[in-house]
Design a protein around this ligand. Sequence first.
Ligand SMILES: [Zn+2]
Length: 262
Amino acid sequence: MKFRAAYLLLLAASLLLLSGCYTVPETGRSSFIIPIGDDVALGTAAFADIKAKEKISTDPAANERVRRIGQRIAAAVGDALPGAKWEFVVFDAPETVNAFALPGGKVGIYTGLLKLADSDDEIAIVMGHEIGHVTARHGAERMSQGLMVAVGGVILDSATSGKKNHDLLLAGYGLASTGGILAFSRKHESESDYIGIRYAAKAGYDPRAAVTFWRKMAKASSPSKMPAFLSTHPSHERRIADLQGWMAQTLPIYEAAKLRYR
Ligand SMILES: [Zn+2]
């Protein structure tokens, strides 16, 4: 048992040595990332998989629209996404109100979401948000945290096995780490909201569309009133209040960029 714990401590220490700090674009936040895999290769493979499984829209107008908006957002992202080979694909699923972005600059958007969005500005807001998760490397950060939590759990298990309160300690650790990961997800959502409206504004899209779009999403989603501290998503009210708070600094960026896209 002692040897195992020592070995795991060594493993945890080497993971920490391997890990690095990543500076999140737009916010400047330092995040902790263990290099587990090649983000770009993983994202590209996953996107190929999704394209093979889902129905790709053949509507030329929808594809052209999404590509045009996407390319402007990609220009706003600039070199914040090294190695990106941008691709914007519309998936034909009228009931699916969703969009996603993967490392490598792969963006998917469902026709259900296009139906709900009233303007290019709203589509740009959603794309900006999804791309924000990627440039901020939220996936890698979450995996890194998950790995440290798992190693920590095993170390605690080894170190306390056979001792009094062993199960209680482990249960407490489980609860604390679950709470931590949930708070983390909410932080990621909010950070992507912020990054997303900045990308949209820099691409010449109206950041105020974030407020109208999330209001509409709030109406469309189930009326469940889960307290914010239990959910992975910030409450709609919280999210809208945050977005409104960021307008004063984002609107001038939009006004300036708009002129370039006249
Ligand atoms: Zn998100």
